[in-house]
Design a protein around this ligand. Structure first.
Ligand code: NPW
Ligand code: ADP
Ligand code: K
Length: 512
């Protein structure tokens, strides 16, 4: 799903108006009606008090359309205008007049006034600011936002939780609405998926607000949300006359004394994702461990007992996963440096290999084009330095990926793959995956996909999706706490099968 920038949304609004020869208020009426339908379907006339807080821009205008329609259908509505500026928009004013047709005079809230009384069973609609927020709000509006958050009433935000900027983090973390449900216009916004700003909402849903389909389809976006629809076309089917050689030989280089599990996990994930052959290159101490725990894998041992000191082998791998459990011993650093001088294979770089690169940046220049780096946030910071906020982090990460011509996968709740100035935001996975070794599993999966000749960017997008999906499917019967990295490996097959499952059809009972 495309994620449009605020500028593109405004352009879509203008295009829609011009092309269809409608007024901006016609569009607002359509959007407000869609939002009303959402409420009406769920509330079915229930008389729970609904408190609508409207700003003075078009987000507030939308709140007023919703308020009028709810009143028209007999709901128990209280409308407030958060009067933070005199620059009311045209469509706000039209709808401010129209709501008075219902003999309702919205209460104007301004500095120094007592805020409305609300019970925690009530519903709040947050239409204070939308994507037009462009500076820090005044203190009394911040106080109102804190007051709304403290009410504990179920809060539905229109378009975005008020206080969230379209392109940077809030200055004051408390001056943002904590929304239970965000009904967003047409498509989600980037801030919904970043750790610092995603926390302001529990759930979101995109509502068709009538923007011009042709514009939306032909407009390229820098950011995409990745779900099944996006990954299905990337899948490479298995061929009848294939043999194990067809699907590539993968090599996992890693492990050190006390950290052999990382290699075992990565290697088994690599097999499960479909590689034809797998070899693990490990220090001597891991030999029995690997041969016992994973009989399908072949093993090449380093001459050293506890860590890798020379990366040398006589196989021809299609892709190499590098770094899991490897440690950063001086001999290992030397071995990696020497290896990079001759290596032509694409690498999937993780964990200690990333840490070694972070302190020896010149080594990054020897990483083959199209290699994949998979840092978690701490490893990323070591590579790109500190950032001021998540948006700044993305800019720095993009510059890094470009400079070294690599695919950068920033792991997290919504893992973000960065390549060629594009961001692919993954939408599978769950907090149960915040557990030891789940990153090692991802490294193995990506190595196995590149070995099967998935183009590296496709391997990254597809692999991250499949990894999260396997984690989601593993939850059943386990729950977040009990999920382990091995469970993710065990569900890679189910994640593949799920790709081809048809969405459940509503039952005859539900249709009535
Ligand atoms: N047009 C349509 O048909 C449709 C519109 N839609 C809806 O419109 C929303 C965008 O509306 P919007 O552009 O009017 O901006 P909004 O977020 O309401 O802010 C209002 C104004 O406040 C100002 N301002 C900013 N920061 C401030 C601050 N800290 N303290 C005080 N003032 C501040 C700033 O104006 P400024 O003072 O900078 O000139 C800003 O313009 C969008 O999110 C969606 O919900 C959709 O439903 C689709 C159909
Ligand atoms: N809250 C979460 N929601 C979804 N996925 C998560 C969450 N926390 C972690 N993950 C995923 O789990 C993996 C953790 O990787 P990493 O930190 O490298 O683990 P390890 O080093 O133990 O192998 C990443 O793929 C990340 O995206
Ligand atoms: K809002």
């Amino acid at each position: 799903m495309k994620i449009y920038s605020a500028a593109q949304i405004y352009e879509a609004i203008n295009t829609t108006i011009e092309k269809n020869q409608i007024t901006s208020n016609d569009l607002m009426e359509f959007a407000g009606t869609q939002v009303f339908n959402w409420f009406h379907t769920r509330m079915q006339g229930a008389q729970v008090p609904i408190h609508i807080y409207c700003g003075i821009g078009n987000n507030g205008g939308l709140g007023l359309v919703l308020g009028r329609q709810l009143l028209h259908h007999g709901y128990n509505v209280h409308v407030y205008v958060v009067n933070f500026s005199d620059k009311r928009t045209k469509d706000f004013l039209i709808n401010y007049d129209r709501i008075k047709e219902f003999k309702i005079w919205p209460r104007l809230l301004s500095s120094g006034e007592e805020f409305p009384k609300m019970a925690k069973e009530d519903i709040i609609v947050d239409a204070i600011f939308g994507i037009g927020l462009n500076r820090e709000t005044s203190d009394w509006v911040k106080d109102l936002i804190k007051y709304i958050n403290a009410s504990e009433a179920y809060t539905v935000s229109l378009d975005v939780p008020s206080g969230l900027y379209p392109n940077h983090a809030p200055e004051d973390k408390e001056a943002v609405i904590e929304s239970n449900y965000t009904l967003t216009g047409q498509a989600p916004k980037l801030s919904f998926f970043l750790p610092e700003t995603g926390v302001y909402m529990q759930q979101w849903e995109a509502i068709d607000v009538g923007l011009d389909q042709e514009y939306l389809q032909k407009t390229d976006t820098e950011v995409q949300l990745i779900d099944k629809f996006e990954v299905l076309p990337l899948y490479i089917p298995r061929e009848k006359y294939a043999h194990k050689g067809t699907y590539g030989h993968s090599l996992i280089v890693g492990g050190s004394y006390g950290k052999m599990g990382a290699v075992t996990l990565a290697s088994s994930a690599c097999l499960r994702v479909g590689t034809g052959l797998i070899t693990a290159y490990i220090p001597e101490c891991g030999y029995a461990i690997l041969q016992t725990s994973l009989p399908e894998a072949m093993v090449i041992c380093d001459e050293r007992e506890k860590h890798i000191a020379k990366i040398q082998y006589d196989i021809e791998p299609k892709a190499i996963g590098m770094g899991v459990g490897m440690g950063t011993d001086a001999a290992t650093v030397k071995a990696l440096k020497a290896f990079l001088k001759t290596n032509k294979n694409r690498l999937i770089v993780d964990a200690d290999a990333l840490n070694i690169f972070a302190t020896n940046k010149t080594m990054l220049k020897s990483v083959p084009k199209g290699s994949i780096l998979t840092p978690h946030p701490k490893e990323l910071e070591r590579l790109i330095g500190e950032w001021t906020d998540d948006f700044d982090k993305l800019e720095k990460a993009k510059a890094f990926a470009k400079k070294y011509d690599v695919i950068l996968i920033i792991k997290g709740a919504h893992t973000i793959t960065i390549y060629d100035n594009h961001l692919y935001i993954n939408n599978t996975g769950n907090p149960g995956m915040a557990t030891a070794g789940s990153g090692d599993v991802l490294t193995g999966m990506l190595t196995g996909l590149v070995s099967q000749e998935y183009d590296p960017i496709k391997a990254a997008i597809f692999g991250v999706y499949l990894h999260g999906k396997a984690g989601d499917l593993a939850l059943s019967g386990l729950g977040y706490q009990a999920l382990t990295a091995s469970d993710i490996v065990a569900h890679i097959g189910a994640a593949y099968l799920d790709l081809f499952k048809e969405p459940e059809k509503p039952s005859a009972e539900a249709k009535k």
